[in-house]
Design a protein around this ligand. Structure first.
Ligand code: PFF
Length: 470
């Protein structure tokens, strides 16, 4: 099949609702659920939450609308989309494809660990509860043995699951899966909020989350909210360009952006309302975020909770839903590029990418425990102080967080604001006045000036000053 035919035969979302669930599914992911509560805690609670909302409104929603407009206007994969709007600019989409690939290297690993924890809570919760740290170390090779389960078996299951969903196509696979899983995810979250709020001492956590104390806000907290917003909304990786390219012109982009941002932010806050009160209610447990915290400290919290086995099981199930709906979107951005530009069949593209991701991803888990593991893999990273060695796991995350994602996001905002132009983008958004865009001028200002400045700051502070953004 030629390039033209491949492009003509691309899929489309079957319904607005399906598209919204799919895009929200991409946004709601591991980053939303396990990073937000830790960052909100570090940022001092209520004030951080308000800053986060502001950042979503002024930057996240703004950039997302730009990405949807590029995708829908061109109806092409992300590389062809940028190239079609301005010759020679396909590299912006390529940056997105590469970022998606890099993020997948760790997403499938962690997704695999989540599957293992679901099974563990069903089959051997007492082993997890007896020593959560040892259980996790056992999984990721922290005990010195090669982590067969953590690096090979479970990531393989997660990868195959992602590939099978993608094999169903746009409306038959991605959309159907998201429409089923995302509402379920919200229900599970609601149940978990009630379960943790019932714990004695949980109210202290709630009070912390809603107490606004502006003295906790500084440059670092704002930067952390910026990084969180972009990652959590799946921006800068061409995923939203790709998802937008399967949209019909009858869709109101602005309205869809609001709904998707709302769902993602509500999930982030609900996650805060689950994790922070639970940690506050548990003696001798420090708040945190990310992988180790989620698998060790939180398992410790569940072990001391009445009905903790069920709460834990639901929590890891929730994480699995969130991880799968995001990983599907990341691989779809790569697959649509390979099928339309390289002429690969969809099945070939899906399985060859899955194989590549699976093998490179292994290095993430193998090196995760660093010094303690028998097989540490070191690479060099850098900031203004020069080069220094980091584990392959840290390298993959740094490459994505500090370089690729902000660079791709910056390029995409500059493209919409200055190269394609906000007038053209507004024509696409408004569809001949069909969807009046009252905030159009403000949007144009924000995407031309504020968004590039803010993302440029992330890039500079992350790369040069070594600011931690994740
Ligand atoms: N938004 C996802 C999360 O919060 O984990 C991660 C992600 C998915 C980032 C898809 C980017 C993307 F294109």
């Amino acid at each position: 099949m030629g390039k033209e035919e491949k492009t003509a035969n691309r899929g489309q979302w079957a319904s607005t609702q399906g598209f919204i669930w799919a895009a929200a599914g991409s946004a709601v992911g591991l980053g939303t659920i396990w990073k937000f509560p830790g960052k909100a805690y570090e940022g001092g609670g209520g004030a951080y939450c308000l800053v986060y909302i502001l950042v979503i409104l002024l930057l996240g929603a703004i950039a997302m609308l730009g990405e949807f407009a590029v995708g829908r206007h061109s109806q092409r994969n992300c590389v062809a989309a940028f190239h079609q709007l301005k010759k020679g600019w396909g590299w912006v989409g390529l940056l997105g494809v590469l970022s998606s690939l890099i993020v997948m290297f760790y997403y499938i690993e962690v997704g695999g660990w989540v599957i293992r924890y679901i099974l563990a809570y069903i089959m051997e919760p007492s082993r997890v509860f007896a020593d959560p740290n040892a259980y996790f170390a056992d999984l990721v090779g922290g005990d010195g043995a090669f982590p067969w389960d953590g690096a090979v078996l479970y990531p393989l299951i997660f990868t195959v699951a992602t590939a099978l969903i993608l094999s169903g196509g746009i409306s038959g696979g991605i959309e159907k899966f998201n429409k089923l899983v995302m509402p379920l995810l919200l229900v599970v979250m609601a149940v978990l909020v009630f379960a943790t709020l019932a714990l004695p001492g949980a109210m202290d956590g709630i009070r912390f989350l809603i107490k606004v104390d502006w003295s906790t806000i500084n440059f670092g907290t704002i930067l952390s909210a910026l990084g969180q917003c972009f990652f959590s909304l799946s921006l800068g990786m061409s995923v939203m360009v790709t998802y937008g390219s399967y949209l019909s012109r009858q869709e109101n982009l602005v309205q869809n952006v609001w709904v998707i941002c709302l769902i993602d932010t509500v999930v982030a806050f609900l996650s805060g309302f689950i994790i922070i009160p639970a940690v506050f209610a548990t003696p001798n447990t420090a708040m945190g975020g990310g992988g180790s915290f989620t698998f060790t400290a939180l398992s410790g919290v569940f072990s001391l909770m009445p009905g903790g086995i069920y709460v834990g099981l639901l929590f890891y199930l929730l994480l699995l839903f969130a991880a799968l709906t995001s990983s599907v979107s990341l691989v779809e951005a790569i697959v649509s590029y390979l099928t339309e530009e390289w002429g690969l069949g969809r099945r070939t593209a899906i399985w060859s990418m899955s194989t590549l991701i699976f093998f490179v991803g292994m290095a993430y888990t193998v090196s995760y425990s660093g010094e303690n593991a028998g097989t540490p893999l070191y690479l060099l990273w850098f900031d203004r102080r020069g080069f220094y060695p980091v584990t392959a796991a840290a390298f993959i995350e740094l490459l994505a967080d500090r370089l690729m994602i902000p660079l791709a996001a910056l390029a995409s905002c500059l493209f919409v604001g200055w190269v394609w132009g906000t007038d053209q983008a507004r024509l696409e958004i408004e569809q001949n006045g069909h969807f009046p865009f009252r905030w159009g001028k403000l949007w144009a200002f924000l995407i031309r000036y504020l968004a590039p400045t803010a993302i440029g700051m992330i890039l500079l502070c992350g790369l040069w000053f070594g600011f931690s953004l994740s």
